[in-house]
Design a protein. Structure first.
Length: 171
């Protein structure tokens, strides 16, 4: 889920700026802060209470549905029903147009997207996320070949059988 790091709010200011709330990890006592923020429109920080702006909208994201660890995301925490019931949930696929727009190597991004499509087509449990495109482009800017970038961002730690299966499905 989204993370709220209250240690970063208000440390250099006399009053916390609620627009600077970034990373809220909904666990333990922080969950109470999020509940109060969503229900009452106020949030307490060590340096005072902040009222949220009338146009405030809370959008939280996560790799799981809040029901705890999965094979791919094994450190995900379980959220209780009182937290989960506060949100409307929706699946959000990777925005491949955005990925193309933010990574300055179109050929590389298209290769990553083709591999991602192949992973989906063959049904293997492998994550090919935008970080593969972003990090691979950075690696290639440093002088590494595309083949080496693939090895470091996509294929690292993968068994040869799975890799061959995926490559056989790349179009």
């Amino acid at each position: 889920m989204a993370y709220l790091d209250i240690t970063k709010c208000g440390s250099n200011e006399s009053k916390t700026d609620a627009s600077k709330i970034e990373n809220v990890k909904i666990m333990g006592k922080t969950k109470v802060v999020v509940h109060a923020l969503l229900l009452g429109g106020y949030v307490s920080f060590p340096d005072g209470v902040v009222k949220v702006h009338p146009n405030f909208r809370c959008v939280m994201t996560g790799n799981t549905w809040g029901k705890g660890a999965t094979r791919a995301y094994n450190s995900a925490q379980t959220l209780d029903g009182s937290t989960l019931s506060r949100f409307v949930k929706m699946a959000w696929e990777i925005d491949e147009k955005l990925e193309l727009a933010i990574v300055p190597n179109t050929d590389w991004v298209k290769r990553v997207q083709a591999i991602r499509a192949a992973v989906k087509a063959v049904g293997v449990d492998v994550i090919i996320c935008p970080r593969c495109a972003i990090n691979g482009a950075k690696i290639m800017r440093k002088g590494f070949s595309q083949e080496r970038a693939e090895e470091m961002t996509i294929w690292a730690g993968m068994d040869n059988t799975t890799k061959s299966k995926i490559l056989g499905a790349v179009k």
